[in-house]
Write a protein that binds this ligand. Structure first.
Ligand code: GLA
Length: 391
């Protein structure tokens, strides 16, 4: 949305002639390293050009008013700065509410209420982290409006706490980290155990990253996500009966083969196998990129998808259908689901001159199998959360 349109909408909705400040936080894709971030492993995400915009103005009182152009039926959601608790009725607004509350709890002086207008162009429920994007756009707005100094990684941790404590999905740090720390044309390899990270330039000469939305809403994602997390924790506890480790991410695939018999449940053994092999693939993926070995990178993406399908069991018919169809197309380097799974999006690296036929063929196949269409977007890798200038 154009900046002046956002300002106009703000003034109209909040009946004001004042000029709000504008902010943006992206969504994210993850190139590889899925379901590793709560297992002390590595992830390799990138911020994308789709995201959430916010127009924000301080108020003279302690009232908070939230409005989203994406959820006009929810109307204006109002609450007081001194009483920020989760409320089912507040729907999407629980994300900014939680963010404000936890910024206050982290010791930041939020000294007045605000009017905030949100607009997002991330497809909702597609697994591209629209919720983390709302958290982080709120975070950077608070930072600027109240003149705070907040470390970017701390800001990501506050967003993660909103997700896990305020909302109740016990997610890892990947999404908030990628959105807080993103950099144009770079993916970020992050070690989620030590929080050491490095930027890797993504220059895919002659290739495009295509995002494929299955349009399958991730309805059960929250509960299934927490279930996977528990399974990994049980597997770790079994391994710890003999091994001195604090996370699955500390084991190599070879070590896992030696000790996997310690894991009593065969389901939990498969979950741990995914987490450990995926971590190894992610490290390998960075090396492949650095060596300019795009084919090798693609092969790792494909193996990641197989592991998520067979060992982690988070893909399902829709994601498997688009990814398998993608693998069949000419000019495709690799394809895999991205994000939590259970519906949502996949990504594929496709040669530029095959993109049009790729979309057509994958969509035809998907529609025949699933009964409705997929949606395709071109991913450009953009910056992390930031303030925008009005023009
Ligand atoms: C969701 C979570 C992340 C991560 C991914 C799976 O996006 O929010 O923390 O666990 O799923 O890799």
């Amino acid at each position: 949305m154009k900046h002046h349109d956002l300002i106009r909408q703000f003034q109209h909705i909040f009946q004001s002639n004042e000029q709000p400040q504008l902010f943006f936080a992206p969504g994210r894709i993850n190139l590889i390293g899925e379901h590793t971030d709560y297992n002390g492993g590595h992830v390799f995400p990138a911020a994308i050009s789709f995201g959430t915009y916010a127009a924000v103005k301080r108020r003279p009182d302690n009232v908070l008013r939230f409005y989203s152009l994406n959820f006009p039926d929810d109307g204006m959601i109002e609450c007081d700065l001194s009483h920020l608790v989760y409320d089912d009725h507040d729907g999407w607004a629980n994300y900014p509410k939680g963010m404000i509350q936890y910024m206050v709890e982290a010791g930041h002086a939020i000294t007045s209420g605000m009017d905030i207008l949100f607009y997002g162009d991330i497809p909702n429920g597609a697994g591209l982290s629209s919720s983390a994007s709302i958290e982080l756009v709120t975070g950077v707005a608070l930072e600027s409006l109240f003149d705070l100094t907040v470390d970017r990684i701390d800001l990501a941790h506050i967003g993660q706490k909103v997700e896990s404590v305020f909302i109740g999905v016990n997610s890892g740090i990947m999404d908030q980290f990628a959105i807080s720390m993103g950099k144009q044309d770079h993916a970020i390899l992050l070690d989620t155990e030590s929080m050491v990270y490095q930027y890797a330039p993504i220059t895919l000469d002659g290739y495009t990253i295509i995002i494929i939305n299955t349009n399958k809403q991730r309805t059960l994602a929250g509960s299934k996500y927490n279930e996977r997390r528990n399974e990994c924790e049980e597997a770790l506890a079994d391994l710890q009966t003999e091994l001195d480790i604090i996370s699955l991410g500390q084991l190599t695939p070879a070590e896992f083969d030696t000790y996997s018999h310690l894991i009593r449940s065969s389901t939990n053994r498969k979950r741990a196998k995914h987490a450990i092999t995926e971590n190894a693939r992610t490290l390998d993926a960075l090396n492949r990129l650095n060596e300019g070995d795009l084919e090798g990178f693609g092969t790792l993406m494909n193996a990641s998808h197989q592991s998520l399908a067979l060992d982690y069991e988070v893909t399902g018919l829709e994601l498997d259908t688009v990814v398998h169809a993608a693998w069949e197309q000419p000019g495709v380097i690799g394809a895999r689901m991205t994000g939590a799974g259970f519906g949502g999006c996949a990504i594929a690296i496709v040669a530029n001159d095959h993109v049009t036929s790729f979309k057509q063929s994958v969509n035809d196949h998907y529609k025949k199998t699933v009964g409705y269409e997929a949606t395709f977007y071109t991913a450009s890798i953009g910056d992390g959360a930031k303030e925008l200038t009005a023009n």
